[in-house]
Design a protein around this ligand. Structure first.
Ligand code: DGJ
Length: 750
């Protein structure tokens, strides 16, 4: 998978999905040469034109070689100071205040498998699943080394890249930008894809033309954020969901990040991804090292689905961990939208009894069970049960829930502290704060300083004490505000700007300790919905609450957007009541169910208040989901129509089981239209030579529960070749109500 061509000094990283090549030039510079479809061999057919570029300076040793400048060569690690004026991936300040060092090639090593990254989540692999190349660059004055790590995964369309910086000199070095990836493309004929949003509106796809100059997506919030996701793709303009070249980038990090692109004067494109330099500085003392988080690169020539499927496969096999990595997730009911803070033992037991009757497998007790919390003003940090609400304590609720045959789950928000809490009264210095100015509030709460070991230990102990009872089967780990005044009492001034990154490292340490100590507990991460839906959190917690917006129609775009980088098995998706609590929309129960069936399914509503007819419908949905669950959660997901394209009115997804024998095809239409347009739905990824039988069909339901689009039911029982289903497709027939959803189940005929 990794070869080094001595003669041409070319590293070739290759599997059956891509080749990635770079070259040592003049024994010193690491120049990027190729990334794309696999090549037999890289021999340099497109030699870089040797042009004399005005205002592109020569490095000192090459004064007379006016065609050589770092400003115009594609580089694997970019620094400033020697004439490369594009965005750098490394910026340092030396003790004398200067900002120039000079890194050159020193050596390389190829390792089987993939070494872990100290203190950071990352993809992992067994020795026979991957190979890792470590290339060392060293400063010509001995001040610093940079070890670039690349891992090629056998048979996966992904490659990872990170860097370790080591201070090899005698003086401290201040890192002001320590990015993980620098990658140069020879042209800029790309669209730039990113995922933007806000609270309860996460991850809509933005696809715009890659522009000249610098474009940045990122976060300075101390969280990977609702606002921008740590995902970027560069796709050829003609690339669609099922065809065309695309390069995807996903950053395994939960804090402030930056994804920058620059189209420079000669039309080439640089991509730099890493910790957000606006929010970071790190002082490296002699012999200390700094490990950057990892970027996952995905290349696909078969469109955006190809890219997403490469991420999905890699994340399912090399990122998620533990008991639930490859097992289907329980169907849950969460009491948040059912009761908010207003619950007691009796209400919870009624919820559990009803849930058990419907076929639900897990009941989650959300916010408000601890301290004296009856609204969001108090008690965060005091992880002791509120016996006024829960007379039998947590053990009581857990026991009654278990008796009903359900698992029991509990909500925590361990990184936070309320001023009205025993914890704050005992440790007023524990929140992030500065001494001279008032601390900012978010949802009336402050953020604990997780960069401190004593705070980390407190969180581990207080959560572990509760989980140690063995009564908790699931944890929802929430995080409901962003970091402000992010400084740490007592930290030396030159280390204060490390605080936000140290906070994230502290969080990872806490999560590692807790999740490893309780391997049977299913953890779900959350941040006011999907405000920290990132690959790093998934390393510790294999699913994430996708959004606080539970409206089915909003969820179509939130979940479709999320699917560009993350597999359905990582997305919490629940049915909620109508009118919906966030947007007030009325949608048919089936539409809500089918939208939620895309991910880890559940209910977020007072199921005890449903009519008998609704309960019957819910039972059927739950039974249907249980049958389709292995296909949905463990199979392959393909986007057919997205709410970001065309009329933005339709969404269609299909799931193919691991053994490729079952297909579940979902179609949604938001608003119905007069003069019903004909919609041809073409499937994808089937075996063209195999035959498929339509075994089930669920026509749309309107709010009055009338069946719609019934014409398509004539397909049930018919058998078609895969080629016809993919080329000719099936028709969606007349739709005469809003917010409709359809499902077909197909089986491969042996
Ligand atoms: C935000 C979460 O996203 C909600 O699901 C709920 O847990 C609330 N926090 C509770 O405060």
């Amino acid at each position: 998978m990794i070869t080094f061509d001595e003669k041409n000094q070319v590293f070739h990283l290759k599997n059956d999905r891509y080749s990635y090549c770079f070259q040592i030039e003049r024994g010193k510079y690491l120049l990027h040469r190729y990334f794309g479809r696999p090549l037999h061999e890289f021999r340099g057919s497109a030699e870089r034109p040797a042009l004399d570029r005005s205002f592109s300076p020569q490095p000192g040793a090459y004064e007379n070689e006016r065609t050589f400048s770092l400003d115009v060569v594609p580089q694997e690690l970019s620094t400033n100071g020697h004439g490369d004026f594009r965005i750098p991936s490394l910026e340092v300040v030396l003790e004398d205040g200067t900002t120039v060092i000079e890194l050159g090639y020193e050596g390389y090593e190829v390792k089987k498998g993939k070494p872990a990254l100290e203190g950071l989540p990352a993809l992992y692999a067994k020795d026979d699943e991957a190979e890792t190349l470590e290339v060392t660059l060293a400063d010509t004055k001995g001040r610093m080394k940079a070890i670039l790590s690349y891992t090629v995964f056998a048979g996966d369309g992904v490659l990872t890249r990170s860097v370790r910086f080591v201070n090899t000199g005698k003086e401290a070095i201040r890192l002001e930008n320590a990015s993980s990836l620098s990658l140069d493309f020879p042209d800029h004929d790309f669209d730039r894809l990113s995922l933007y949003g806000g609270h309860a509106a996460e991850r809509s796809l933005e696809r715009i033309r890659l522009m000249r100059g610098v474009q940045v997506t990122g976060s300075t919030r101390g969280a990977s954020s609702h606002q921008q996701s740590p995902f970027l793709a560069l796709a050829r303009p003609e690339t669609g969901e099922l065809s065309g070249d695309v390069y995807g980038f996903s950053f395994i990090y939960s804090g402030s990040f930056r994804m920058a692109t620059e189209v420079e004067q000669f039309g080439t494109t640089r991509v730099v991804i890493g910790l957000n330099p606006d929010d970071f500085a790190w002082t490296l003392k002699p012999s200390e090292s700094f490990q950057t988080p990892e970027v996952v690169l995905a290349y696909a020539h078969d469109g955006l689905n190809g890219m997403s499927q490469a991420f999905h496969k890699a994340y399912r096999n090399h990122l998620l961990r533990g008991k639930y990595q490859h097992s289907v997730r329980p169907i849950l009911v969460n009491n948040w939208e059912a009761t908010y803070f207003d619950f007691d033992d009796e209400k919870l037991d009624n919820l559990a009894a009803c849930a058990a009757d419907l076929g639900i497998e897990l009941m989650v007790l959300d916010d408000g069970w601890f301290g004296h919390r009856s609204d969001d003003n108090s008690s965060l940090g005091d992880w002791k049960v509120n016996r006024e609400k829960l007379k039998g304590g947590l053990e009581g609720v857990a026991e009654s829930t278990h008796k009903r045959g359900l698992k029991f789950g509990l909500w925590f928000e361990p990184e936070m502290i309320s001023v009205d809490s025993d914890l704050y009264r005992a440790h007023p210095d524990w929140p992030l704060h500065v001494s001279d100015y008032p601390t900012s509030f978010g949802r009336h709460q402050l953020v604990l300083d997780l960069s401190r070991k004593d705070v980390q230990d407190y969180i581990v102990k207080s959560v572990s004490d509760i989980l140690a009872s063995g009564a908790i089967d699931y944890v929802k780990w929430d995080f409901n505000r962003h970091l402000t005044e992010a400084f740490s009492e007592g930290r030396a001034p030159e280390h204060q700007r490390e605080t936000k990154h140290r906070f994230i490292l502290g969080l990872y340490s806490v999560l590692e300790r807790i999740t490893q100590s309780f391997p049977d507990v299913l953890f779900e991460s959350c941040s006011g919905g999907g405000g920290r839906f990132d690959a790093a959190m998934l390393y510790y917690m294999p699913q994430t609450w996708t959004s606080d917006d539970t409206d089915a129609i909003c969820r179509l775009s939130i979940q479709t957007g999320t699917s560009y980088a993350f597999p359905p098995i990582t997305m919490g998706a629940h049915v909620s009541v109508t009118p919906n609590h966030q947007v007030g929309r009325m949608t048919p129960m089936q539409t809500r169910a089918f939208a939620a069936m895309m991910g880890c399914y559940g209910y977020e509503m007072d199921i005890t208040r449903m009519s008998d007819a609704e309960k019957q419908q819910v039972k059927e949905h739950i039974a249907l989901y249980k049958r389709l669950r292995p296909t949905i959660q463990l199979g392959t997901y393909t986007r057919l129509l997205t709410p970001f394209a065309g009329t933005k009115n339709e969404t269609a997804w299909m799931f193919t089981s691991e053994d490729e024998k079952e297909v579940a095809l979902f179609y949604f239409k938001a608003l119905s239209e007069p003069a019903t347009p004909i919609r041809r739905l073409r499937l994808a990824g089937l075996d063209p030579d195999a035959q498929y039988k339509v075994v089930e069909y669920y026509p749309a339901q309107s709010l009055a529960h009338d069946s719609d689009g019934a014409g398509s039911s004539k397909l049930v029982g018919q058998v078609f070749y895969g080629d016809e289903l993919m080329q000719e497709g099936i028709n969606i027939e007349k739709i005469s109500s809003d917010f409709t959803a359809y499902l077909w189940v197909l089986e491969k005929v042996e």
